[in-house]
Write a protein of this length. Sequence first.
Lengths: 289, 329
Amino acid sequence: MMASTPHRERPYIFRKVKSDFIMAVTVAATLVTLTPLFLVLGYLLTKGAASVNWAFFTSLPKPVGETGGGMANAIVGTFEVVGLACLIGVPIGVGAGLYLAEHRGGQFAQAVRFAADVMMGIPSIVIGIFAYALVVRPMGGFSTMAGAIALAALMLPLVTRTTEEMVELVPHELREAALALGVPQWRTTLSVIVRTALSGIATGVILAVARISGETAPLLFTSFGNRFWSTSLSQPIATLTVQVYTYAISPFQDWQRQAWAGALVLTAIVLALELGVRWITGGTAKTAR
Amino acid sequence: METSVSEQVPVLGREARRSHARERLSGDRIFSLVTLGLAAVIVPLLAGLAVALTTASMPSIRKFGFSFLISSQWDPVTDLYGALPFIWGTAASSAIALVIAIPLSLGVALCLSEMAPVWLSRRLGFLVDLLAAIPSVVYGLWAIFVLGPWIRDHVEPLLATYLGFLPLFKGPKVAVGLLTAGVILSIMVIPYISSVCTDVFRAVPQTQREAAFALGATKWEMVRVAVLPYGLTGVTAAIILGLGRALGETIAVAMVIGNSPQISASLFRPAATLASVIANEFAEATTDMYVSALIELALVLLAVGVALNVIGRLLVAGVVQRRFDTRVG
């Protein structure tokens, strides 16, 4: 509080102009911040849309040097890896979240909560290396399963913490009412508490899915990539993110064109999940971080 | 788990009550054990992560010891590894990102919490959040083909002309390098920093603002005496968390930083970060020592990431209780 404090008797108009100026700068900062969003989306729409065609969705990648082909296997692969990750991550995450919500002050719950928070801050490439050491090395090769486990480990803390948060929002009276009617505790939790919090929990899961669908780093050394259809969980599998990454840094123009198409499809999937959830929940949902 | 409420159910007959109690007890037991078991996955998972990475990097730790962190040699041919170029690249790219992201994030947060009416603030906040939703690889793609060339053609000449006397802005102008990586990183961390800052500013009691206004403060003076000091800890935490994000960001950086393990003062030069070198070289690492050294880089990343995250969260927990981790509503 130096130059412009009121007792220095600066004319009000100066202080007012200064204030308005600074506040206008904050608005400008917001616009500058949002510019890349619109630029990225704009480029995706123009460059990506120009490159997307029917073959992109239906055919396999062509060998180096040949133009054409598509990312059919990568699109399916993304759904496969993410779906598997959900099968692992969602039950554990929701269960752990319920435990945390029911044992709020417990020491073990504190430890779990802390561990989940710490995990959220771990760079995703480190999780990828972990899955490599844990699954790929012992199994002797890259696999769909390894990629799914890496993504599951990424989504686990997110789902856990959102579930806990959502369950805690359920009014305590509901639980008390159920217990007063003689409903056992576990049924109270499942049919009253979880039911009430279900849309919130689902929102958290979908946001976590959106988040892991866009991950590339943890898949590089786990699910790796595949030019063909992957037919078993112990085989490597192509995913949209890794495919876009490989094509984007390649020197071939046709691959770069397809990278834009892949990026458009990928972004469309992720944004559809994010926007869909927000639309359903009235725009209030936010990603756990 | 026994509860006093359900113990006082008198209407059932003794038999019924007993079987009811047994069923309830076993149901509760099972349910409690299942959720406990699921919750118990997380702690060993985290511990396992640390143990697995440490074990896997043991050969490298044994061979190079502490000098791993201060040696600038990264040579797969002679199998000698030092992490310094990557520590430098990580620090420099994150620093650029923060220099750009901090003022912008503060601007966004002040605009959202102090300027915009609620309906607009919500929509703008949503758009800023969308920045965090766009996949990293998409940012990387955009940075390769749009941002990088633009920085080379427009930003770097400008910096070289006016600030060229600094070693930071000397050297050939290229599209891939520290500067491009730093700029794309800044775009990616702004939503994280600004959303924590917005929460922190919104948590400032309204009475503080009213008191400042009552003393005749203008809006900016109010922000300076009431909002900013109150939010200082939270803003620090937001920056630390943003730094944690920037350090670990992999793909977008790997795509535009140029991936060359060199230490140069020029921000126009290509470099490599801890995360980017792992992404680039891990799949082609041939010797065991090479793999081990790369995993040790991941271990360094893990240690720094966890430390920053814990500090940031402890700070932020005091300011915005329970709103940071999972914010809904």
